[in-house]
Write a protein that binds this ligand. Structure first.
Ligand SMILES: Cc1cc2nc3c(=O)[nH]c(=O)nc-3n(C[C@H](O)[C@H](O)[C@H](O)COP(=O)(O)OP(=O)(O)OC[C@H]3O[C@@H](n4cnc5c(N)ncnc54)[C@H](O)[C@@H]3O)c2cc1C
Length: 462
C-alpha cells in the first residue's frame, strides 16, 4: 500500500491541469486544490499497512449483507477520491461479469486491470457523463461527433479516443480515468461504444477543474468561517481526450453496442447506493443543526419549529430505512458478490434527493437570517467590534455569541454558501438524476402484483 507521501509524489507525473484558466503545475501549491490532496493523502496514511499483500478495504467486493453494511459505513469516512475509486471499480467488475459470456477477453482485461489497481494502490475516477450536445439527438446525429467520446482510430495495438467527460469528481487527484459510455448506443454507433482506462497524465488528456473549496479560506481568511468545506473539498474535472492512445490491454469495450449500457447500469447501482448512505448521514446532520439552532434561539418548544424538526426526523429515518432495506434484501451474484436491491436503492435515493431541498428549507426557516449575516470570526476577535458582537449575538445564559455564531457559520457553509450550493445540485444530479432513478425503480417494481391486489379489491380478480 502507498503512504500519503508516496501518493503526493505520484501526482507529480506531468498531468495537464487547469483552474480558472491558469495552468496548475503543482497541485499542492494551489490553495484551492491542496486540501483535496491533503485529505486523500491522510486517508492513505490512516489505512497504510506495510505487509506486501495488504490492500485497502475499497478493493474488496462485499460477499454478505454484513460486508455490504460495513463497507457503506466505512465509505462515509473515506475521501471522495477513494469513494469514486471503490464505486468505479465495483462497476467495472460488475460489467465484466455481465459481459463474460459474450466477450471473455474484455472480462479478462477488466480483471487484470482491477488486480493492477489493487497492487499499485491507485485511485481512479468514473468518467461516464459526456458533453452530450443537443440532448434530444443521439451521438451520431450531433453536428459535432466528438460531443460523445468516441474511437477515432483503431490500430493493431490499441485505439485512439477523442471527446470529453464532464463533471468528473476527483479527476485531478486520481491516477486513473475509467472511461465508460454514458448510455446505450444503437447499431451504427459503434465508435461511441467505448470503455477503457487512461492514466491521468496520458498525452492528450487535459483536466479543467472547478471546485467548491472556499475562495476566502484560500486567500488566508479565517477557516472558522468555513468549518466544513475548508477541510473537505475535492475538485470536479472537465476532462478532454484529444486523440488519446489507449493500448489494447486497457480497452474494455470498442464497438460492441449491445454492451454499451452495461457499464452505466452497473455504476448506477453502486453510485446510488453510496449516495443514499451519504443522504442518510446528511439527513441526520440537518436534523441536528435544526435542533441545535432552535435551542440556541430559545425556540425548541414552539409548535411550528417542532413540526419541522419532526419532519426532518422522518426524512432522515426513512432514507436510512430504504438503505437498510436495500442491504438486507441484497442478492448474491454467481461470482459470490452481494448486490443491493435495485428497487430499494433507487427509490431511497430518489426520495432522499427529491426531498432534500425541503429539509434545507426547514433548517433555513428555523435558523433565521443570521445563517447568512452572522459577523465573521474576525469581528469577534476585533478589539473594536468584539464587545458589540458578544453583546448582540448571545441569546441567554449558556448560549454565548461564539457558540451561536459557530453554529450559524457551519449551517451557512454546509447549506447556503459555495459548498451548500454544490451539495444542493449534486443531490439531484449525482447518480444520473431523478428521472433515471424513477425509471429504474419502475422497472424493478412488481406492478403485476400491485394490479392483482387492486383487481381483488374491485372484485375483478380472474
Ligand atoms: C457535482 C457533480 C459530480 C458529478 N460527478 C460525476 C462523476 O464523477 N462521473 C460522471 O460520469 N458524472 C458525474 N456527474 C454527472 C451527473 O451524473 C450528471 O450531471 C447527470 O447525469 C445529469 O447529466 P447532465 O448534467 O449532462 O444534465 P442533462 O443531461 O442536461 O440533464 C438535465 C435534465 O434534462 C433531462 N434530460 C436530458 N436529456 C433528456 C432527453 N433526451 N429527454 C428528456 N429529458 C432529458 C434530464 O432528465 C434532467 O432532468 C456529476 C455531477 C455533479 C453535479
Amino acid at each position: 500500500m502507498k503512504t500519503g507521501a508516496q501518493y503526493r509524489e505520484s501526482l507529480r507525473d506531468g498531468r495537464r491541469l487547469f483552474l480558472d484558466g491558469r495552468k496548475v503545475t503543482d497541485l499542492e501549491a494551489e490553495p484551492l486544490l491542496a486540501a483535496g490532496v491533503a485529505e486523500v493523502a491522510a486517508g492513505y496514511d490512516r489505512h497504510h499497512r506495510p505487509e506486501p499483500d495488504a490492500v485497502g478495504p475499497w478493493f474488496t467486493f462485499p460477499t454478505s449483507p454484513e460486508d455490504l453494511r460495513t463497507q457503506l459505513h466505512e465509505l462515509l469516512t473515506w475521501d471522495m477520491t477513494t469513494v469514486t475509486t471503490a464505486q468505479g471499480l465495483q462497476a467495472l467488475l460488475t460489467a465484466a461479469a455481465r459481459m463474460r459470456a459474450d466477450h471473455p477477453e474484455y472480462a479478462a482485461r477488466v480483471e487484470a486491470y482491477y488486480e493492477w489497481c489493487k497492487r499499485e494502490d491507485v485511485r481512479g475516477v468514473q468518467a461516464i457523463t459526456d458533453a452530450k450536445g443537443h440532448r434530444k439527438l443521439s451521438p451520431s446525429q450531433q453536428d459535432d461527433p466528438d460531443l460523445y467520446t468516441r474511437i477515432v482510430e483503431r490500430r493493431p495495438d490499441g485505439i485512439v479516443i477523442r471527446g470529453a467527460k464532464l463533471h468528473i469528481t476527483a479527476a485531478a487527484t486520481s491516477h486513473e480515468l475509467v472511461v465508460m459510455p454514458t448510455k446505450r448506443m444503437k447499431p451504427g454507433e459503434e465508435d461511441w461504444a467505448v470503455a477503457c482506462a487512461v492514466p491521468a497524465n496520458a498525452p492528450g488528456v487535459t483536466i479543467i477543474n472547478t471546485t467548491y473549496a472556499p475562495r476566502g479560506a484560500a486567500t488566508g481568511e479565517d477557516e472558522r468561517y468555513w468549518p466544513h468545506s475548508s477541510h473537505h473539498n475535492m475538485p470536479e474535472g472537465f476532462i478532454v481526450f484529444d486523440d488519446v492512445f489507449v493500448p489494447n490491454e486497457r480497452v474494455f469495450l470498442a464497438g460492441e453496442t449491445a454492451h454499451s449500457a452495461t457499464f452505466a447500469h452497473a455504476l448506477g447501482l453502486w453510485e446510488r447506493l453510496g449516495g443514499t448512505a451519504h443522504l442518510a448521514e446528511i439527513g441526520d446532520i440537518l436534523a441536528g443543526f435544526a435542533q441545535l439552532i432552535a435551542e440556541a434561539n430559545g425556540l425548541e418548544r414552539v409548535s411550528h419549529v417542532r413540526e419541522k424538526i419532526s419532519e426532518m426526523i422522518m426524512y432522515a429515518t426513512l432514507v436510512r430505512a430504504g438503505l437498510e432495506a436495500a442491504i438486507s434484501t441484497a442478492e448474491k451474484s454467481p461470482e459470490g458478490w452481494m448486490f443491493p436491491s435495485e428497487l430499494y436503492t433507487n427509490a431511497a435515493k430518489h426520495f432522499g434527493a427529491a426531498e432534500f431541498s425541503r429539509m434545507v428549507r426547514h433548517l433555513h426557516d428555523i435558523g433565521g437570517g443570521a445563517i447568512l449575516t452572522a459577523p465573521g470570526p474576525g469581528d469577534l476577535d476585533s478589539a473594536e467590534t468584539g464587545d458589540y458582537v458578544r453583546k448582540y449575538m448571545r441569546t441567554m445564559d449558556g448560549v454565548d455569541a461564539e457558540y451561536r455564531m459557530r453554529l450559524f457559520h457551519a449551517i451557512r457553509d454546509y447549506t447556503a454558501d459555495t459548498f451548500g450550493g454544490w451539495q444542493h445540485v449534486t443531490m439531484l444530479q449525482s447518480g444520473g438524476g431523478l428521472y433515471a432513478q424513477r425509471m429504474v425503480s419502475a422497472k424493478h417494481y412488481d406492478m403485476a402484483a400491485a394490479k392483482r391486489m387492486a383487481l381483488r379489491i374491485a372484485g375483478l380478480e380472474p
